[in-house]
Design a protein. Structure first.
Length: 153
């Protein structure tokens, strides 16, 4: 009987230690989520400008936000890292083939150091209208923000 009480006390002690260790981690996670909710107005503006550029297929307007190494994963099979000038031509060719009908971001996460936006790209290809999902992420580059990734699938 004494052994059972000692084992039970030991189990309770171990459980309470693990429980108290887990509590600060949960608090930190909650605090991190709260700071990520802070919207950066500059990033919000950039995503608005990117949305307008995509909507009109304006590669010149997009090129202002292309980073020195932008990752692409496109529905036409293009994937990999491209320099700013290469990225310009990749996007130019893409917009010629996949003619934009409508583009709209439906989710913008403009807080933190890794903002991103997702949206829907409605395009015309060979006389048919189709839809693709879009993901675009930014990262800080000096006093501005640059596109680090464009995924269209």
């Amino acid at each position: 009987m004494m052994i059972i009480k000692q084992n039970m006390a030991l189990i309770i002690l171990i459980f309470s230690l693990f429980s108290s260790m887990a509590l600060p981690q949960n608090t930190n996670l909650l605090e991190k989520k709260d700071t990520e909710k802070t919207i950066n107005p500059a990033v919000q503006t950039i995503f608005s400008e990117i949305e307008n550029a995509f909507s009109s297929g304006n590669v010149s307007a997009l090129s202002a936000y292309l980073g020195p190494q932008t990752y692409f994963s496109l529905s036409n099979g293009i994937n990999g890292y491209y320099s700013t000038s290469q990225a310009f031509y990749v996007l130019e060719d893409f917009f010629k083939i996949y003619k934009v009908v409508i583009f709209k971001f439906n989710n913008i996460q403009a807080g933190g150091n890794n903002p991103y936006a997702t949206g829907e790209y409605v395009f015309e290809l060979k006389g048919k209208r189709e839809t693709a999902k879009v993901y675009i992420s930014l990262k800080p580059a000096g006093s501005s923000w640059k596109i680090t990734q464009i995924t269209i699938n």
